[in-house]
Structure formats: C-alpha cells, structure tokens
Design a protein around this ligand. Structure first.
Ligand SMILES: Cc1cc2nc3c(=O)[nH]c(=O)nc-3n(C[C@H](O)[C@H](O)[C@H](O)COP(=O)(O)OP(=O)(O)OC[C@H]3O[C@@H](n4cnc5c(N)ncnc54)[C@H](O)[C@@H]3O)c2cc1C
Length: 303
C-alpha cells in the first residue's frame, strides 16, 4: 500500500518541485544520488574504481516533453563517454529511452540511441538501457534489438516481477544480447507482474539460471543476499567463472556487501545516478524500503 502510494507520488510534478527544493530532502537524497553535476558522478566512479569496483553512470531524467530536451540528453551522454575515456575510468552508461523522447517520436529516439551507442563503441564502451514501467517493456526490447543489430555495444534490463520475462530472456539470449537482471521498481498490476515477493524471487532465480550458462556477459543486479548466494552457488556448480558475469548494486545501498563480494573476487558494478532530476529515482528508493521513508520523514520533522 505504502509502496504503491510512493510510486504514484513519484509522478507528481508539484511534489517534485517541493522535494527537490527542500534542503532536508536534498541532503537525504545524497545518500542515493552522487550529486547534480558530471564532476560529482566522475568523482564517485573514481572512488568505486579505487575500491576495485566498476561503475555505470546514469544522467537522471525520464519522460522528456520535447525534442530539444531529448537531443540535450544525447549530447550529455556523448560528453559522459568522452569524459570517462579521458579520465581512464572503468565505467559505462545506463540511460532511459523515455529520456531520449520515446513518447514523442520513436524513430528519432532510435537515432539518438544509435548515435550514443556509436560514441560508446568508439571508446570500446557500452550502453545499458534501463527498463522502465510495463508500458515501455516491449518498445524497449524492440529498440534495443534494432540498434544492437548494427552495433553490439548495447544491452538492456529484464525485471523478474514481470510474468513475460522468461520469454524475453530467451529472446534476448537468442540474439546474443547482454542482460541486467533486476526485480523491478515500478507499480504494476497483478495480471502483468507477480504481486507476491516469493514469486518475484523464484522467477529471479529461474531467469538467473537461464542467463548465466548462455556464454554472454550478464549483470546480476540485486542487494538481496538470498539472490546473491544462489547465484554464487549456481555459478560454482556449473563451473561458470567469476569473470564471466558481474554483480551490480545501486550507489549508497549495501556498501558492506559490495565490498565483501569484491573481497571474494567477484566483479561488482555500482550504478551511479547524478543530475538535477533526481525526484522519481529518489521516490523509487524510498518505496523499496520502509526504513528509508521513516529516515526521510524523521529528518524532515527534526528540521
Ligand atoms: C544496478 C541496478 C540497476 C537497476 N536497474 C533497474 C531498472 O533498469 N529497472 C527497474 O525497474 N529496476 C531497476 N533496479 C531496481 C530493482 O528493480 C529493485 O527495485 C531494487 O534493486 C531492490 O531490489 P533487490 O533486488 O535489492 O531486492 P529486495 O528484496 O527489494 O531487497 C533486498 C535487500 O536489499 C536492501 N535494499 C533494497 N533496496 C533498498 C533501498 N532502496 N534502500 C536500502 N536498502 C535496500 C535491503 O537490505 C533489502 O532487505 C536496479 C537495481 C540495481 C541494483
């Protein structure tokens, strides 16, 4: 109930304006967001690299309302790739295709995405297309496959809460596409997504077991120790080396577990969001964990 309410509120422009201007929420959000500038994100990525972790930079923004903003997002990502290369960082990019104007013009969006993937490939780098809510699932997969057919430096994300995901994983593996597996962060109806956590977790393991033996380099994105232990055990049983896949976690979440896995010799990539448009991302992080919401509310009242 609380999760659904927070996810609904994450779409409110009025609340976004209030929260992003409020000094207390700005401070609390810094736990999950590296900062508002590319310099902040680069500093966070460098700190990850120094701890033996890779990074994925996300310039926050989604559902742009005009073509100029979509082109500006493309320019920003070109710059991010150039900067990563100049600074010799071990980092790639995660982006949302609604930030590239998917809702305005699908063909123009595909061209912007293709140009970002080309820039990534010119640096020997990689673009991950984040997965948004279910109205975008099919279009995200189609766009990824379309752009990937010309340039393989792109992959996408599959959410284990969706009932359709097993078919999507098989489809993407068949074309050699790299997948990030996560549980899913949006509010979805029960005919589309499993309402029970136990089913989401069981499907996560089913999908992980389809992905790891595929010979493609995939990302296992979760902070859930049960998912992580099962992945480690399955990989060991099947003789899948630690260098053949990576774990991924979000900036600011379970840093202890991030360090532990690196210490055990696993590959770890940290998803680093930055930018001014952090409100929806922040709300999804609050929705995932009641303790985060309580911390936020206590901070507001203490003020
Ligand atoms: C690298 C990465 C990329 C992602 N990309 C996408 C994407 O493209 N599309 C999408 O829909 N979702 C994405 N997600 C979010 C994901 O779908 C989940 O909502 C989120 O990761 C929580 O699920 P979990 O696997 O950690 O398991 P859960 O069962 O939710 O949590 C397990 C444990 O992790 C810790 N934890 C989880 N979330 C939080 C939090 N917010 N704050 C503090 N502790 C927490 C807690 O200790 C919790 O007990 C991504 C997640 C990661 C790690």
């Amino acid at each position: 109930m609380m999760r659904a309410t927070l996810l609904k509120l994450s779409e409110s422009p009025r609340l976004a304006r209030w929260v992003t201007r409020n000094p207390v929420s700005r401070r609390v959000a810094r736990r999950f967001v590296a900062g508002e500038s590319l310099d902040d994100a680069i500093a966070a990525a460098r700190a990850c690299n120094q701890k033996g972790m890779m990074a994925s930079l996300d310039y926050l923004g989604e559902n742009v309302s005009n073509a100029a903003d979509a082109r500006r997002a493309r320019d920003t990502y070109w710059n991010v790739f150039d900067r990563i290369a100049r600074e010799k960082l071990n980092a790639n990019v995660s982006l949302k295709i609604t930030q590239l104007g998917l809702d305005l013009d699908a063909n123009a969006c595909a061209e912007l995405l293709a140009s970002i993937v080309e820039r990534a490939a010119s640096h020997g780098n990689f673009v991950r297309i984040d997965m948004e809510g279910s109205p975008y699932t099919q279009r995200t997969i189609e766009l990824c496959k379309r752009v990937r057919a010309k340039n393989a430096a792109v992959g996408t994300v599959i959410q284990s809460y969706l009932r359709r995901s097993e078919a999507d994983v098989k489809d993407l593996i068949a074309v050699g596409c790299r997948i990030r597996l996560c549980k899913g962060a949006y509010q979805e109806p029960p005919d589309i997504a499993f309402p029970d956590k136990a089913d989401v977790d069981a499907n996560y393991l089913t999908l992980m077991k389809l992905m790891l033996p595929s010979g493609i380099y995939h990302g296992i994105a979760t902070h859930d120790p049960a998912m992580i232990d099962a992945t480690k055990q399955f990989a060991a049983e099947k003789g899948i080396g630690k260098e053949q896949f990576e774990f991924q976690m979000l900036y600011g979440i379970r840093t202890d577990l991030q360090e532990q896995l690196v210490g055990e010799g696993y590959r770890m990539r940290i998803y680093i969001p930055y930018g001014r448009d952090w409100f929806p991302y922040f709300m999804r992080r609050l929705a995932e964990r009641p303790a985060n919401l309580m911390f936020f509310l206590r901070s507001l009242f203490r003020k």
